[in-house]
Design a protein around this ligand. Structure first.
Ligand SMILES: Nc1ncnc2c1ncn2[C@@H]1O[C@H](COP(=O)(O)OP(=O)(O)O)[C@@H](O)[C@H]1O
Ligand SMILES: [Mg+2]
Length: 236
């Protein structure tokens, strides 16, 4: 579904990604781990076509077509939904407005995700339908960011640290909801700092290291059993 080939990505001041290779197959949840500042968000932004950074070398294909260099709205239209780090919902708009401004049919006309379905999926959002984004709790904002991405009817969801800043009880709610999404005909590329969450949700895991490349990949159980890799590359 998504193939990242020898991707080099940079800011004006520094080259960050220096040859990333990674694949997400249809229906898979692939996790990307790595310590702070290794370039995980840089990779997510590069896939989504957001600038900066700039893609300097390599190719990204989605559904067998190159999306490298396309503008972000075009990449979204092709079926990649983004849940950005820090959520970035509209604070002055209501929950419902945040969802409706994002709404879009999939490239094939499919409108599987509607307001009703998002509210069914996140009953908490239905309770806060008229609340402004800025008045939501962190967990509610995260649900809204996910709901907003679902309203674009994506085939692939890019999620950048959905657990960041969440209290343990909300973490559990988000985890259960991500588990349900796994069964909903979606592929997910999940960037996480929370190792436990990644181990529970992912089919496969890749680790981005300070070389700007993928330094390890394997199954969650392989990773969990490898104390040296966890210590060196994740600092746990
Ligand atoms: N807009 C930017 N301009 C210049 N450097 C940046 C910018 N955004 C991030 N960086 C740098 O790129 C590196 C990777 O950042 P990032 O992709 O956010 O890492 P991660 O998501 O893994 O924590 C860091 O050294 C960071 O300081
Ligand atoms: Mg990040």
């Amino acid at each position: 579904m998504l193939a990242i080939k020898d991707v080099h990505s940079r800011y004006d001041t520094a080259a960050i990604l220096r040859g990333v290779d990674l694949v997400v197959n249809a229906g898979e949840v692939v996790g990307l781990l790595g310590r702070n500042g290794m370039g995980k968000t840089t990779l997510v932004r590069t896939i989504a076509g957001l600038s900066p950074p700039a893609l300097a070398r390599g190719d990204i294909t989605f559904l067998d077509e190159s999306i490298a260099g396309l503008p972000s709205y075009e990449i979204g239209k092709r079926g990649i939904g983004l849940v950005p780090q820090g959520r970035h919902i509209f604070g002055s708009l209501s929950v419902e407005e945040n969802l409706t401004v994002a709404a879009r049919a999939a490239a094939n006309g499919d409108t599987g995700w509607t307001l009703e379905r998002v509210y069914d999926f996140f009953p908490r959002l239905a309770e806060r339908i008229n609340s402004r984004g800025k008045n939501l709790s962190g967990g509610e904002q995260q649900m809204l960011a996910i709901g907003r991405a679902l309203m674009t009817n994506p085939k692939l969801l890019l999620m950048d640290e959905p657990s960041e800043g969440l209290a343990p009880i909300l973490l559990r709610v988000i985890r259960e909801q991500l588990e349900m999404l796994k069964g909903a005909d979606l592929s997910i590329f999940l960037v996480e700092q929370n190792l436990g969450l990644a181990l529970q949700l992912c089919d496969r895991i890749s680790i981005l290291g300070e070389t700007g490349t993928i330094v390890w990949q394997g199954t969650p159980s392989d990773l969990d059993a490898d104390d040296a890799v966890k210590r060196v590359h994740l600092g746990v």
